[in-house]
Design a protein around this ligand. Structure first.
Ligand SMILES: *[C@@H]1O[C@H](CO)[C@@H](O)[C@H](O)[C@H]1NC(C)=O
Ligand SMILES: *[C@@H]1O[C@H](CO)[C@@H](O)[C@H](O)[C@H]1NC(C)=O
Ligand SMILES: *[C@@H]1O[C@H](CO)[C@@H](O)[C@H](O)[C@H]1NC(C)=O
Ligand SMILES: *[C@@H]1O[C@H](CO)[C@@H](O)[C@H](O)[C@H]1NC(C)=O
Length: 284
């Protein structure tokens, strides 16, 4: 329980930092980053390419002449996507599978959504997902609005708070009742560059270590040599962003946890049960 809570706090910390760093620069605590898994070029961290099953059921959409859909290559992540359609009569499910490992991981999976005006061309989506062999409750469905417009960067699945182990993710189009298309573009997950262990003490430790990295020394050094900069301002400018991230994280974490606990309990459930979030993932 303690450890799980701590994992959740670390994740909140990472996400808060990523969020805030879109407005501010944090030379002192640059330790998490996004990794991308492209359909064609694979994982930017490991080079591992997703596996598409069955092989004969998929086509590289960006170079496909026989495909019904021709999204703009410029709008697609790294200019590529994988195209398939599963018809209700197809025996084999259409699957996308990949492995990923991150610390305090979150995962988002992005597809391109067609909206063909001709409904005899399957624009419908009907996807199911599993993580580490366990089916997820989330599904993704979409019906054509007949606009003939493609929507890019659509997150068909978003998971957060995953435990810190290697994961295998599978996405599947296999409905026996509706035809489903699937244009897989890419996935994104978070890694922690200075791995945070399970105790919050080491979360502090790693921020401090990063603060001594060459890039922040480089920015701090000229300030130290400048004649009239009072030392307090230097300390403040280094510690300020760290404190801002920490305080924001604590507040967000406390708020989310409070909301979680305050969710009305079904009468048959013991409070102790619901405070223990179900591993190994939770919906955002
Ligand atoms: C989709 O997101 C990717 C990565 O963030 C970006 O490179 C691309 O420009 C985006 N495309 C659209 C149409 O928003
Ligand atoms: C994921 O990792 C497992 C274990 O290393 C390996 O057997 C499997 O082929 C990998 N799957 C993919 C889609 O790369
Ligand atoms: C998706 O497929 C499932 C399984 O066949 C089906 O029960 C569900 O109604 C479908 N959803 C939509 C929106 O078509
Ligand atoms: C699925 O696609 C097939 C082939 O295009 C079509 O004959 C069938 O009517 C479609 N099924 C549904 C439920 O739309």
């Amino acid at each position: 329980m303690k450890r799980r809570l701590c994992n959740r706090f670390c994740c909140t910390l990472s996400l808060t930092k990523i969020f805030l760093s879109t407005f501010l620069t944090f030379p002192a605590v640059a330790q998490t980053e996004f990794k991308y898994i492209d359909d064609q070029n694979g994982d930017s961290a490991t080079g591992e390419v997703p596996v598409f099953g069955p092989d004969s059921g998929w086509t590289q959409g960006s170079t496909c002449t026989g495909c019904a859909f021709h999204p703009d290559v410029e709008q697609a992540f790294q200019g590529t996507w994988q195209d398939t359609t599963h018809h209700t009569t197809d025996v084999d499910p259409r699957t996308v599978q990949f492995n990923f490992t991150g610390v305090c991981t979150s995962l988002d999976v992005y597809c391109i959504i067609p909206n063909d005006a001709d409904l005899s061309i399957t624009s419908t989506y009907n996807l199911t997902f599993s993580l580490d062999g366990q089916p997820l409750q989330q599904t993704f469905t979409h019906s054509s609005d007949r606009s003939n417009e493609y929507i890019y960067n659509v997150s068909v699945l978003s998971l957060t708070g995953l435990v810190q182990v290697p994961h295998t993710f599978t996405m599947e189009a296999s409905s026996p009742t509706v035809n489903s298309t699937l244009l897989f573009d890419y996935a994104r997950y978070i890694v922690n560059l200075a791995p945070v262990s399970s105790s919050s003490a080491s979360a502090f430790e790693s921020s401090t270590t990063i603060a001594e990295s060459p890039s922040s020394t480089a920015t701090a050094a000229p300030a130290l040599n400048a004649p009239h900069t009072p030392p307090l301002i230097i300390i403040g400018s280094v510690l300020g962003p760290i404190l801002l991230v920490l305080i924001s994280s604590v507040l967000i974490f406390a708020y989310r946890r409070r909301r979680f606990i305050m969710t009305p309990l079904p009468t048959f459930q013991r409070p102790g049960v619901i405070q223990d979030p179900p591993p190994p993932y939770s919906a955002f």
